[in-house]
Write a protein that binds this ligand. Structure first.
Ligand SMILES: [Cu+2]
Length: 160
């Protein structure tokens, strides 16, 4: 008799463990929802930094240099160290599931060109007239408390 009781207690414990594990799976789904909510927050935070792509500074066929760049976690891939100005045409694509932006800052830190955050699946063009000097290409989309620039999306660009 007592053996049978023990066995059913063991079975009960196994069932409870299975239920707890199933419960954990549910929590995981909850976290996914939280991340999605966070993405919206960082998108909204971009309002103060500019909400529209810069108007093109020249017609595409007047470009001095065309720069094809991939925006990904967390780097600008394909940017040369030096480009010939003044008419620099960036053709930017995103790789991966995150959204990214491309901002061109001059030596004083002013934004002189901007492609607002966008996602994988399209190519956006930024035609910006740059005088000779040092510029910084950055992405200020936030991941947690840090902008992507701090995670690696920050590159110097010399224009000659
Ligand atoms: Cu980014």
């Amino acid at each position: 008799m007592s053996r049978t009781v023990r066995r059913s207690r063991l079975l009960f414990a196994v069932l409870m463990t299975a239920l707890v594990l199933a419960g954990c799976g549910g929590d995981g789904g909850g976290n996914g929802g939280h991340e999605a909510g966070h993405g919206e927050e960082s998108g909204a935070g971009h309002g103060d930094h500019g909400s529209e792509d810069s108007a093109p500074a020249f017609e595409e066929d007047a470009a001095t240099t065309v720069v094809r760049v991939t925006l990904q976690d967390y780097a600008f891939v394909g940017l040369p160290a030096t480009v010939k100005g003044p008419n620099v045409l960036f053709e930017a694509t995103v790789k991966g599931s995150n959204e990214h932006e491309l901002a061109v800052h001059d030596a004083a830190g002013e934004t002189v060109g901007l492609l607002v955050p966008f996602k994988e699946g399209k190519t956006k063009k930024l035609a910006v007239a740059l005088q000779p000097g040092t510029y910084t290409i950055v992405c200020l989309v936030e991941e947690g408390a840090k902008p992507h620039a701090e995670l690696g999306m920050k590159t110097e660009l010399q224009v000659e």
